[in-house]
Design a protein around this ligand. Structure first.
Ligand SMILES: [Zn+2]
Length: 268
């Protein structure tokens, strides 16, 4: 018999649903698990128990309650290490992180790098790396499928810079965002770019997934670059659409992103 060392076990990623539309990402190797942004402990504890998993680490992207609300309840029954943004106030944080720092977890075997991605909140971070040789991104509420987070604490310029960091990742990078907002985002995106064929076919695919109650997350960076207006703020067609909405004539990408964000905020 060959012993399987903990760091050669297959690692998988799946969503744990919470609240109305949150995804808490559970990364496990069949024995040990990591969760990203556990806003609620109960569904995480249920998933851990169902599969006999031990929680070893909690990764946090930002301070909002629907992302951190379950941390203390999880720690009451699990001895997990908590990683989170250095610049934000969190219920618990053992390892404060910022741009360029690495997170190395032994079990499940996980090596991630931190990106500072302010905009939605002032100290928001994202985690990127490879899982089973596939590039992954855990981006919290900064990037959504077809959209981006509201600018509660940051500026359009900061959000543009944060989205540019994501745009520079490998196109096949899987985007694990924290909410199922896709259909509403894509309905708005098709108003911004009614003639984008990639968007039409992606929207049909996402609609069919939602009809079967299947998550539309993760998407990929390539898909976001093809379909997400916030990732396309530098395209003349997107700038023209944003200007039609705002009445401005500025094609500077920061102004375009600001106009897109206001447009989406008011879109019904
Ligand atoms: Zn948030």
């Amino acid at each position: 018999m060959t012993a399987i060392s903990p760091n050669t076990r297959e690692v998988r990623i799946r969503p744990v649903r919470a609240f109305a539309d949150n995804y808490i990402w559970l990364i496990d190797d069949g024995l040990n698990a990591v969760v990203v942004d556990p806003g609620d402990a109960q569904p995480v504890l249920a998933a851990l128990q169902a599969d006999g998993l031990t929680l070893t680490a909690i990764l946090l992207t930002h301070h909002h309650q629907d992302h951190v609300g379950g941390v203390e309840d999880l720690l009451a029954s699990c001895k997990a290490r908590v990683y989170g943004p250095a610049m934000e106030i969190l219920p618990v944080c053992d390892v404060p992180l910022s741009q360029g720092q690495r997170v190395d977890i032994e079990a499940p075997a996980l090596s991630l790098t931190v990106l500072d991605v302010p905009g939605h909140t002032a100290g928001h971070i994202a985690y990127t790396g490879q899982v089973q040789d596939v590039p992954v991104l855990f981006c919290g509420d900064t990037l959504f499928v077809g959209g981006c987070g509201r600018l509660f604490e940051g500026t359009p310029a900061q959000m543009l810079q944060s989205l540019d960091k994501f745009a520079a990742l490998a196109p096949q990078t899987r985007v694990y965002c924290a909410h199922e907002y896709t259909l509403s985002n894509l309905r708005w995106a098709s108003t911004v770019e009614p003639d984008n064929p990639a968007l039409s076919s992606f929207m049909a695919d996402c609609q069919s997934r939602r009809d079967r109650d299947v998550p539309t997350v993760p998407s990929t960076i390539a898909t976001e670059l093809a379909c997400n207006p916030f990732m396309r703020a530098r395209l003349p067609s997107v700038a023209q659409a944003a200007n039609r909405f705002s009445g401005q004539t500025d094609t500077d990408p920061v102004s375009v992103l600001a106009a897109l964000r206001t447009w989406k905020n008011n879109f019904k």
